[in-house]
Each structure stands twice: as C-alpha cells, then as structure tokens.
Design a protein around this ligand. Structure first.
Ligand code: NAD
Length: 245
C-alpha cells in the first residue's frame, strides 16, 4: 500500500487539473449511512417517500419520514478527515472542484469553495409555487410540513427526488470539469446512480487518471479505475495528506 500511496501522490503533484467525485461512502464516517447495503437507509425506509410523483400527492405523510431521515438523523453530522483533506487540497491549489452526489452539505462545511452538488442540498428548502429558497435552519421542524412564508405552500427539500432532473448548473459544471480533468478521485460511490456515474467515465474518456478510494469494489473498479486505494475514506485520505502536504 505504501508504494501505491507514493505513486498516487506523484500523480496528484503532477496533475494540473484534479477533481473529486464523491458518494455516500465519504460521509459514512460522519455517521450518515448509505442508501444501499447492510445498514443502508432503504432497509428501514420506503424510497417512495422520495419519489416526486408520490410526494406531490402525499407531502404531509412524506415529511414525517423526510424529517426523521434528513433533519433528525443527519442533523449532528460533521465533516470527517476525508472531507477536510479535500478542502485543504483545494486551498493548496491541488484540487479544482468537488462533484458530489451527496446532499448533506459536508463538503461546504469542510471549507471547499467549488462544490457541484449533483443531487442538490438538504440544508435548503424550496417553495415549488413561488421558487423561494430558505435555509433549512430557519425552521425548527417541530411543526411539519414547513411552509413558505409568502404563500403558505409546503416546502420541499432542495435535493432531487426520484423522477426529478439534475440541477442544470451542477450538471454542466460537473461535465465541463470532467472533460478538463487530468486526475479524478472517486471516493465512496458504487457508481450505480446515473447520470452521476457518467462523470468519472467522461473524465476517463477525456484521458484522466482515475484514483478510487473505497473499502469495496464498485462498478467503476474494473471499468475505469487506474488505482484502487482499498480502505475507508478518512483513513486513506489522512495517509495521502501526510505524503502530499
Ligand atoms: P451508495 O450508497 O450506492 O454506495 C456507497 C459506497 O460507499 C459503496 O461503494 C461502499 O462500499 C462505499 N463505502 C462505505 N463506507 C465507506 C467508507 N468509510 N469510505 C469510503 N467508501 C465507503 O452511494 P452512492 O454511489 O453515492 O449513491 C447513492 C445515492 O444516494 C447518491 O445519489 C447520493 O445522493 C445519495 N445519498 C447521499 C447521502 C449523503 O448525502 N450523505 C447518503 C446516502 C445516500
């Protein structure tokens, strides 16, 4: 592993355009479970509550689960060393952007400035009628559903539900960065969610070296990955930081 780490550090030092592509796995050590797998959220909850069609007809019912998953459960999560190393890489000019599938805001809390939130952000709530966006912490969630202060409509978390499109800016910025990338670091993603999983694949096609950090193999591992650093995100990123900074 030491040799592979050293090789990775050399690649990162030489790169003029490194991007990170992150999934639920990077936040596991912050206490947020992934959706799938043994401790995945979908073992406990019905994904229907995040289906746009179902939500539009049953918003009050869905909010009971949405509050529990995203505003009780996630509320105490803080960035872990993997998020913090990515922020330091950006500060030191070693990382251009983070493209994240996560909706937990932890990259921004860690200090990254250029974050393309492919699936939106749970820390914002949006009125589907007038379009006003609120910070989620303006609401105490004791009374649900939260309502728009202008027109009293039920607010929707500003992350994408099943059946919704990717936010246009995040989409175009992510693929533009993938085209330019010399290195793409994939952290904690199965690569099973499209179109997000096309981002590292686009980087690979454009000539980028793909470094993957994941304790397991993913659908990227045998398709696009050049170097698989097998292990938990915070452990690997801490080791990388020691060599890199
Ligand atoms: P996923 O749930 O499909 O897979 C998680 C991946 O992380 C797996 O490959 C697993 O092996 C790996 N992993 C587990 N522990 C890890 C660790 N400590 N370090 C590194 N990797 C680890 O995740 P996905 O590919 O991101 O797709 C799930 C979808 O669900 C995404 O669209 C995402 O938006 C959403 N989601 C987000 C959050 C969040 O915001 N934190 C949480 C759950 C799901």
């Amino acid at each position: 592993m030491d040799n592979i780490l050293k090789q990775t550090v050399e690649i990162l030092r030489k790169s003029n355009y490194t991007i990170a592509f992150t999934g639920a796995g990077i936040s596991v050590e912050s206490g947020i479970p992934p959706f799938r797998g043994e401790h995945g959220l979908w073992n406990k909850y019905n994904p229907e509550v995040l289906d746009l069609g179902y939500y539009l007809d049953h918003a009050e019912e869905c909010w009971v689960y949405i509050r529990e998953i995203f505003y009780d459960f996630f509320a105490d999560a803080h960035p872990n060393p993997a998020h913090l190393v990515l922020a330091e890489m950006e500060q030191k000019g070693l990382l251009k952007s983070v493209i994240t599938q996560n909706i937990d805001n932890l990259h921004i809390e860690a200090g990254n400035k250029v974050v393309h939130e492919f699936h939106g952000n749970s820390k914002k709530l949006k009125c589907l009628k007038c379009g006003k966006v609120y910070a989620a912490n303006e609401f105490d969630f004791k009374n649900i559903p939260p309502r728009c202060k202008i027109d009293n409509e039920i607010l929707k978390p500003d992350f994408i539900f099943f059946g919704e499109g990717i936010p246009a800016n995040a989409y175009s910025n992510s693929f533009a960065d993938a085209e330019k990338a010399e290195v793409c670091i994939i952290i904690g993603s199965t690569g099973e969610v499209t179109p997000a999983s096309y981002v590292p694949r686009t980087a690979k096609q454009a000539g980028a070296t793909i470094i993957e950090i994941n304790p397991e193999e993913s659908s990227f591992t045998h398709a696009v990955t050049d170097i698989h650093l097998k292990g938990k995100a915070s452990e690997i990123m801490t080791k990388l930081a020691k060599e890199l900074f």
